[in-house]
Ligand binder design. Structure first.
Ligand code: ATP
Ligand code: MG
Length: 256
């Protein structure tokens, strides 16, 4: 079974999609067949990889149109990197599931087939907890919680960690959670305060890599090429490389 990494935080704009795109790309470059599963209606991970989401049957299409996983998504940039958006039925799919509970069973089956078909599945979660992201997070062995280095970022973190851990234990074998500091600015008071607060309150969960604020990471989606491909020597890309190794280390431990 593939190794499922959820990138989740119900706070918006904290770097979930940026992390999903760059981590997923780096894992694929190591020759591991990697799927970025874009669970957000906004479809930012899909468009950030230069793929048009409106044309895709996507995950919702697999439920409503019985598409096979591999037919419903596209390889991007290298033969091992794929992205699957929610697709053209994204806006209504959760209502359909509520109306027809059999679709939830079908979704679970589809997620199992996805987990069997890829080595790594990166879940780019929306800034909300919906039926589809919840079902996907249940499969995650590793949940990475990006926390932006800004005032207010730590508020609500305890509640969200609890929520994610509850979802994970329902499905995964030995789930692990890591907090990833993002948009860190060296020498900036807010950045240092958030870093200290996370170290003091959640020290054991804090991941070693810290993602700096780096304009290359914010400019990359405009041209649809991941920053780690555009500027592999940039500070942002190197920090994501460190994260990719952390994830690979955990996956190897899990595999025994
Ligand atoms: N390390 C970084 N340095 C500079 N800009 C960044 C960095 N990480 C993310 N950004 C920018 O911050 C904004 C929010 O990032 P992103 O879309 O990844 O967050 P998100 O958590 O996925 O948001 P949402 O909750 O809306 O899905 C984007 O404009 C992105 O380009
Ligand atoms: Mg996002």
């Amino acid at each position: 079974m593939g190794y499922v990494v959820a990138i989740a935080n119900h706070k918006g704009g904290v770097g979930k999609t940026t992390s999903a795109i760059n981590l997923g790309t780096l894992l694929a470059l190591t020759g591991r067949k990697t799927l970025i599963l874009d669970l957000d209606l906004q479809g930012n991970a899909t468009s950030g990889l230069g793929v048009r989401k409106e044309d895709q049957a996507g995950l919702a299409g697999m439920l409503l149109e019985d598409k096979a996983p591999i037919d419903a998504c596209s390889p991007v940039y290298c033969e091992d990197l794929f992205v699957l958006p929610l697709g053209k039925h994204a806006a209504t799919i959760e209502d359909e599931i509520r109306k027809n509970p059999l679709l939830m069973e079908k979704l679970e089956g589809v997620l199992d087939r996805i987990a069997a078909a890829w080595d790594f599945i990166i879940l780019d979660c929306p800034p909300t907890f919906g039926l589809i992201p919840n079902a996907a997070i249940r499969q995650a062995t590793y949940t990475c919680i990006p926390v932006q280095c800004e005032f207010f970022s730590v508020e609500g973190l305890t509640a969200m960690l609890k929520r994610i851990q509850e979802l994970q234990t329902a499905g995964a074998r030995s789930p692990r959670v890591g907090i990833l500091l993002t948009m860190y600015t060296q020498g900036d008071d807010s950045s240092d305060q958030v870093r200290k607060a996370v170290e003091q309150n959640f020290g054991s969960l804090l991941l070693t890599p810290i993602i700096p604020r780096d304009p290359i990471l914010s400019h990359a989606p405009r041209i649809g090429i991941p920053a780690v491909l555009q500027a592999p020597e940039s500070r942002g890309a190197r920090a994501y490389l460190e994260l990719a190794w952390e994830v690979i280390k955990h996956e190897r431990q899990e595999a025994g």
